[in-house]
Write a protein that binds this ligand. Structure first.
Ligand code: DGN
Length: 258
């Protein structure tokens, strides 16, 4: 059985990349809802409806675990999916929150994400559930998404955008910053440059991959090491844009897209 992964579009490939790096033997089925992206600006009701439709499509492929790679969908649709589906479901918020709570020394954590993710307060709630003493400062950085898709990740525009968005977090003195959107790991270099060497960046993708490995291990659902997993990609719009941007996200290793 494969691991099912979905995102509002191409961004979740950063999560898929982390999962295949940690578990190269596993088969994956990825669905990018490219016809309806972005989720970050839509209402919770709409994002829940889309997430249920996609989850039920992936369930029809007999998956053993579902990864909700989209921060926005994780922030608003996870409780509904967990209630309705009988397989383990991993979102990207809890793993990112756990890593941030473990990393902070000053007790001040910054979280950046889409407008919907920030509005949901999902990261703040998840971090405070682990340690109520931690202060969480959030900021929506919507322009990072088109910058990542355009490949403008280390030019002047990216740097100015990052400086403008991140300055208030720097002023607040956060020592840890959660990259709470699938696209932000692509801009990690520029974000790190602006935040400086004292600030730890938490990449939800890497943390999510570790959680997937742990759950599959506990449930004895891991495939034997040494095998090479197969990867299938589905999109809801025509595949052209997904292939172009996806190859950039995965370093040219995207297979067939349906
Ligand atoms: N995948 C979305 C997220 O992680 O929040 C970003 C893209 C979007 O839907 N705006």
């Amino acid at each position: 059985k494969a691991i099912g992964i979905f995102d509002s579009g191409v961004g979740g490939l950063t999560v898929l990349k982390a999962i295949t790096a940690a578990l190269p033997q596993e088969d994956t089925i990825y669905l990018g809802d490219t016809a309806r992206v972005p989720y970050g600006t839509k209402s919770p009701e709409t994002v829940i409806r889309y997430s249920r439709q996609i989850a039920s499509y992936l369930m029809s492929h007999d998956i053993k675990l579902l990864v909700v790679a989209c921060n926005t969908a994780s922030a608003v649709a996870l409780p509904t999916l967990r209630r309705e589906l009988a397989i383990p479901i991993v979102g990207v918020i809890e793993p990112g929150a756990r890593a941030a709570a473990a990393a902070t020394r000053s007790g001040k954590v910054g979280v950046i994400g889409t407008a919907a993710t920030v509005k949901s307060s999902a990261y703040t709630k998840a971090i405070k559930k682990i340690n109520p003493e931690i202060e969480v400062v959030t900021r929506a950085c919507p322009l990072f998404v088109p910058l990542a898709e355009e490949g403008w990740i280390d030019n002047e525009v990216a740097r100015l955008t990052a400086q403008t968005y991140l300055k208030p977090l720097l002023d607040e003195g956060v020592d840890t910053l959660v990259l709470g959107c699938t696209h932000y790991p692509i801009l990690k270099g520029t974000i790190a440059e602006v935040m400086g060497p004292e600030v730890t960046l938490v990449d939800s993708a890497e943390q999510t991959a570790l959680t997937v490995a742990q759950i599959l291990g506990e449930r004895k659902l891991l495939r034997p090491e040494g095998e090479q997993g197969n990867h299938h990609y589905y999109v809801t719009d025509i595949p052209a844009g997904f292939i172009r941007v996806g190859n950039r996200f995965l370093g040219g290793r995207l297979g067939d897209v349906y």
